[in-house]
Design a protein around this ligand. Structure first.
Ligand SMILES: Nc1ncnc2c1ncn2[C@@H]1O[C@H](COP(=O)(O)OP(=O)(O)OP(=O)(O)O)[C@@H](O)[C@H]1O
Length: 122
């Protein structure tokens, strides 16, 4: 019984740290703030234009994908700055490829957005 209690309290504590991380990202990261603003705009558009269930699923997935990868990119940048605060080509390379991951997710989300909303404006 105490094993289950320990397991559950550990998971709840882990969830608390994750929530704290999400708030920290929102409070400190300009790129996350911009992406959340875009997410709110498309969510409003989704309700206004009454998009289908499949479109909602794709839109929510795209939003989650971009925010998650941006968060991981932010963590990679923070680790890079922590382990090597000075200029170094390898740090530049690491940051560039982490930013490249955000680019792939953002392009995919943009295309999903076009495919959902272009039909409503034709
Ligand atoms: N220490 C460094 N050594 C070499 N190049 C770096 C270094 N720091 C940053 N760069 C270069 O500058 C780019 C931007 O880095 P930076 O850490 O400012 O990220 P950013 O995209 O501006 O992120 P954010 O706006 O979220 O802080 C990197 O992709 C990299 O090319």
């Amino acid at each position: 019984m105490s094993g289950i209690f320990k397991f559950l309290s550990g998971r709840i504590r882990g969830g608390g740290y994750a929530l704290k991380g999400a708030f920290l990202l929102l409070k400190t990261e300009a790129s996350i703030q911009v992406q959340v603003s875009i997410a709110l705009i498309v969510t409003f558009m989704g309700f206004y234009l009454e998009i289908s269930k499949i479109d909602w699923m794709l839109q929510i997935f795209a939003i989650g994908l971009v925010l998650s990868i941006e968060a991981i990119n932010t963590a990679i940048e923070a680790i890079a700055d922590f382990i090597h605060p000075d200029f170094h080509n390898k740090i530049g390379f690491i940051k560039d490829i982490a930013a490249g991951a955000v680019f792939f997710a953002a392009i995919a989300a943009f295309i999903i957005g076009l495919m959902i909303y272009i039909p409503y404006f034709n």
